[in-house]
Design a protein around this ligand. Sequence first.
Ligand code: PAF
Length: 287
Amino acid sequence: MPVLPAIQRVPEMQAWSERVRRRGERIVMVPTMGFLHEGHLSLVRAGRERGDRLVVSIFANPTQFAPSEDFESYPRDLERDVRLLAAEGVDLLFNPAAEDMYPRGYQTYVDVEAVSRPLCGVHRPGHFRGVATVVLKLFNIVRPHVAVFGLKDYQQVQVIRRMLLDLNLDVEIVACATVREPDGVAMSSRNRYLGAAEREAAACLQSALGKAEALVRGGETSAAKVRDAVVAEIRRQPLARLEYADLCDPDDLEPVSEIRGSTLLALCAWVGKARLIDNRVLGGSQP
Ligand code: PAF
């Protein structure tokens, strides 16, 4: 059985990274909140090729959940996660305690302004402030040269990229394609909330993205028309409730009315207790 060394304490993690950096080795990091699935493992595999030491963090970050959200019930299975990461040959797990990440008196947060506001930002105020804060803290603790994220959380990737630019952080971001179930449903820890019928219904996000792509390939340039088709497709599925379907610029996430060149279609729908997001870059390639 492969073993996975783990560090919980912040100073110990910083000391480990300092030693590795002094030897001139490159550290790659994959930040996660645990309950790992193939999507996370694809990030781990992408990370493996990009440096000498591969660190995965598991930290369910309380500051990115609103009080009404699923922080307490967010799925956790550390033993299984450790087995999966050990089998992937990960060098180190960093799984700090919440009290160490946010000790008494904690009061500093990172607010990445405009790019955090649309899409999920409208419905989860404060979410990206929590994400940017914890990612910056993780970068300061693990001090990676490279960090790997998944494009299912497209807005999160853009928020982190903007934060790195604005705060002059020297971390290379690698963004990897969404990993999907055979029926096209994007892998997500929250898929675990879905019953059998809901799991089938969840495929409507992928079919709506497909409809939009077909329209744009066929020459449609009106964002409103593409959005209408997406809304109609989601409405066909009685178990799904659309939260948003927006077309925007893939870099700054500003809304667009005409599809000229690459345009991001970002979707969010509730199916049962699961809030599902998905996206596709239309008329171009993923960044
Ligand atoms: O994508 C996630 O799992 C989280 O938002 C992240 C980046 C680990 C920050 O908590």
